[in-house]
Design a protein around this ligand. Structure first.
Ligand SMILES: Nc1ncnc2c1ncn2[C@@H]1O[C@H](COP(=O)(O)OP(=O)(O)OP(=O)(O)O)[C@@H](O)[C@H]1O
Length: 316
């Protein structure tokens, strides 16, 4: 379990992490989302004591990382995949970590097998592809068989097979009752892997909720209905928690707070012919964009030509 209370990090004038309160619980995969520069890596670095908070605190299983007698066996982290001596083999890297942390040699073989790097384990890590480097970083994170696993962008550089492998690994670790905290910019992947989400923007907490709830709040449970008697159906569906919009003279209604199935039954019960009954699909990506729209620090444009260039087709 990871608990942050009023966690704050300032770099000079810049507040990278701004009074964050959140809890990452065991037994589920918690996604850590936010636009570039939102403060995710800084938060993760503070969790494992690589950065000191300017204010507030963060503890893992009740203690600050440095206060644990065997931190590697408490929290396994992948922060910077390539922070490995380039001349050292993957095996030697893991073995030296194991030796200095009292971890048995057989665990090194186990994590090499778990992460699928057997065939390259004796090669120097400097020659590893991005994906292999990620796998080695994950092997190191799992080495101490920790109850808490924290991975910063683990799918970065992985091929589709690797992405699927990570998804199964993370959900498997959570099913074993571990605390799994993972950042990613790949929303479609997060939607498949994470149950819970912590979303930050400009260092502040924007949401601490489930994937389902975040999508629902973005209108993901809106049902569009077109029927023969919208005024009557509106009366029939009205109730606590149900929100209905529609224009006078239109056959269409938009209903939130009631499942399409219940709406269909209600209409059938009162012999109202339906022409359309569809649930509006909102992806996690759309929900995330809506939530963080005002919090994006680095905006891009889609202009590709230099602004001073002559309009296409103009005479030279
Ligand atoms: N050592 C540092 N010195 C000064 N500013 C820093 C330092 N580390 C991070 N920052 C700033 O703090 C803010 C948060 O950065 P951080 O890397 O934690 O964001 P992030 O959410 O991980 O971003 P990304 O998704 O791009 O990895 C950024 O504005 C960044 O420029």
């Amino acid at each position: 379990m990871i608990v942050a209370q009023q966690l704050t990090k300032r770099y000079g004038e810049k507040t990278a992490v701004d009074r964050l309160d959140f809890t990452v619980k065991p037994g589920t995969v918690t996604g850590f989302l936010g636009p570039n520069g939102a403060g995710k890596s800084t938060t993760m670095r503070m969790i494992v004591g690589l950065d000191a908070p300017s204010g507030g605190s963060v503890v893992v299983n009740g203690r600050r990382y440095a206060e644990h007698a065997a931190p590697l066996q408490e929290v396994g982290a992948l922060l910077e995949a390539k922070s490995i001596h380039p001349g050292r083999s993957a095996f030697n890297h893991l073995n030296s970590l194991a030796l200095t942390h009292g971890i048995p040699r057989r665990r090194v073989d186990e994590v090499i097998e778990m992460t699928g790097i057997e065939s390259v384990a004796r090669r120097r890590a400097g020659a590893f592809s991005l994906g292999m480097g990620q796998r080695l970083g994950i092997a190191a994170a799992l080495l101490g068989d920790p109850a808490t696993i924290m991975l910063d962008e683990p799918v970065n550089g992985l091929d589709p097979e690797g992405v699927l492998w990570i998804r199964n690994l993370l959900t498997g670790l959570a099913e074993e009752g571990r605390t799994v905290f993972v950042s990613s910019h790949l929303m479609s992947e997060m939607a498949l892997t994470a149950d819970h989400l912590i979303v930050v923007g400009r260092g502040r907490l924007l949401a601490d909720t489930t994937v389902k709830e975040l999508i629902r709040r973005s209108g993901g449970d809106t049902v569009r209905v077109a029927c023969a008697d919208p005024a009557r159906l509106r009366e029939l569906l009205a109730g606590p928690g149900v929100d209905i919009t529609g224009h006078a003279g239109s056959e269409e209604l938009e209903v939130t707070g009631m499942a399409a199935r219940s709406i269909g039954f209600k209409a059938a019960e009162h012999n109202i012919a339906l022409f359309e009954l569809s649930t509006k699909g909102v992806s996690l990506e759309e929900a995330f964009m809506e939530l963080t729209r005002d919090e994006v620090e680095y905006h891009g444009t889609t202009h590709t030509a230099a602004r001073t260039a002559e309009p296409v087709g103009s005479a030279a």
